[in-house]
Ligand binder design. Structure first.
Ligand SMILES: NC(=O)c1ccc[n+]([C@@H]2O[C@H](COP(=O)([O-])OP(=O)(O)OC[C@H]3O[C@@H](n4cnc5c(N)ncnc54)[C@H](O)[C@@H]3O)[C@@H](O)[C@H]2O)c1
Ligand SMILES: CC(=O)N[C@H]1[C@@H](OP(=O)(O)OP(=O)(O)OC[C@H]2O[C@@H](n3ccc(=O)[nH]c3=O)[C@H](O)[C@@H]2O)O[C@H](CO)[C@@H](O)[C@@H]1O
Length: 351
């Protein structure tokens, strides 16, 4: 029997490209679409650089279309061109601060885009869907570790609300039509890079997130790290998060596809993808110094608005239901990030 074909939206992005690599290694056929709004293109007629390197690493072909998922005709044409069995949906705008400044663009891109995709799926009898959600749907944790039973919806940004609203749409869809089977993966803090050092996180402009910022200080692109807050009720006063290695995260998606591939039951299933281990900002800084052998200069400054003190996952349900568990720790996350950053000081731009 031919292996299933998965349509991957946002496949040229950080998480998408790492997941495409693991899907190919697991034997899935992959069709990638991306509008390259946040991915390095490498030249009009070529594959986006991240996917070019995925092909290089796996020795397998990546089918790519430059498509905007908000464009109904562009999306439909992909379903007419290929027999799609399942969809893994990564395409979204994801900068929390930016979403507060341009909410309409975020609601259009992330919500309309997802609805256009879901309608095209239904029109082509495709009902198996893996969704990129986020721990941000939980808002400020009311208890720790955070389980999937934790209330959702108390989101502090338009970005977070697009994740929450989309989950609610998916729940309604599954209630209305038993053909739908949806796995919503709630990521905690994805970091790291593939062991090859050939693909990794390549943020546009100044990084919003901690790990890429640390890496850019270590490689000399940034002068120092600002540590947002040192008066939290945590082990060293700095924010605690559940960092998860990007390859563990990618492997979790393959497990979700395996579940959908053979699934009898339909419905909406949400799983936390985290390690269950909290790590503070300063712990991560020191781990990165050990991994890179570089000094990471930092300054303790005021808290960033909207930041919670502590957030980490209870990932037991994914282990029970998907047979998945994160296996890579903080040191490995830092080693693999450093290999990517030191080999690609300017990301994909420097070939
Ligand atoms: N990185 C994280 O820490 C994190 C945490 C939780 C959830 N997520 C979610 O995971 C997904 C992937 O995140 P990422 O970190 O890889 O981000 P990313 O920006 O690297 O990847 C997203 C990709 O989607 C593409 N894209 C955006 N809008 C599109 C559109 N309308 N049509 C086609 N392509 C479009 C971008 O060009 C980009 O390549 C997103 O849905 C994000 O919200 C990410
Ligand atoms: C509330 C919120 O929407 N959080 C988003 C944020 O998570 P989150 O805010 O947890 O991730 P970050 O990497 O931005 O921050 C992690 C920790 O590092 C600290 N820090 C960060 C950067 C920096 O320069 N200095 C510094 O000290 C932060 O205060 C925090 O304590 O990014 C995730 C990955 O994109 C998103 O999924 C989350 O939705």
């Amino acid at each position: 029997m031919a292996p299933p074909t998965v349509l991957v939206t946002g496949g040229a992005g950080y998480i998408g490209s790492h997941t495409v690599l693991e899907m190919l290694n697991a034997g899935y056929n992959v069709i990638c679409v991306d509008n390259l709004c946040n991915a390095y293109s490498g030249g009009a007629s070529k594959l986006p650089e991240a996917l070019n390197r995925v092909q290089e690493i796996t020795g397998k072909k990546v089918n790519f279309y430059r498509v905007d998922i908000t464009d109904r005709e562009q999306v439909r044409s992909v379903f007419q061109e290929h027999k799609i069995d399942m969809v893994a949906h990564f395409a979204a705008l994801k900068a929390v601060g930016e979403s507060c400044r341009i909410p309409l663009q975020y609601y259009h891109n992330n919500m309309t885009g997802t609805n256009v995709l879901l309608e095209a799926m239904a029109d082509n009898n495709v009902f198996k869907f893996v969704y990129s959600s986020s721990a941000t749907v939980y808002g400020e944790p009311k208890f720790l570790p955070v389980t999937e039973e934790h209330p959702t919806g108390n989101c502090t940004s338009p970005y977070g609300k697009t994740k929450y609203f989309t989950e609610e749409i998916l729940k309604d869809l599954c209630k209305s039509d038993k053909r739908w089977a949806v796995v919503s993966l709630r990521y905690f803090n994805p970091v790291g890079a593939h062991i090859s050092g050939r693909i990794g996180e390549d943020p546009n402009g100044e990084p919003n997130n901690l790990m890429p910022y640390i890496a850019q200080v270590a490689v000399g692109r940034r002068a120092k790290l600002s540590v947002f807050g040192s008066d939290f009720a945590t082990k060293d006063g700095t924010g605690v998060r559940d960092y998860i290695h990007i390859v563990d995260l990618a492997e979790g998606h393959v497990k979700a596809l395996d579940k959908l591939r053979n699934i009898a039951e339909s419905g909406f299933f949400a799983y936390n993808l985290g390690t269950g281990v909290g790590c503070s900002v300063l712990e991560l800084v020191h781990a990165f110094e050990r991994a890179s052998g570089k000094k990471v200069t930092y300054e303790l400054v005021d808290r960033r608005s909207g930041d919670v003190s502590t957030c980490y996952a209870d990932a037991q349900l994914a282990e029970t239901k998907l047979g998945w568990k994160a296996t890579r720790g903080i040191d490995k996350m830092c080693e693999d990030t450093w290999r990517w950053q030191s080999q690609n000081p300017n990301g994909y731009a420097n070939k």
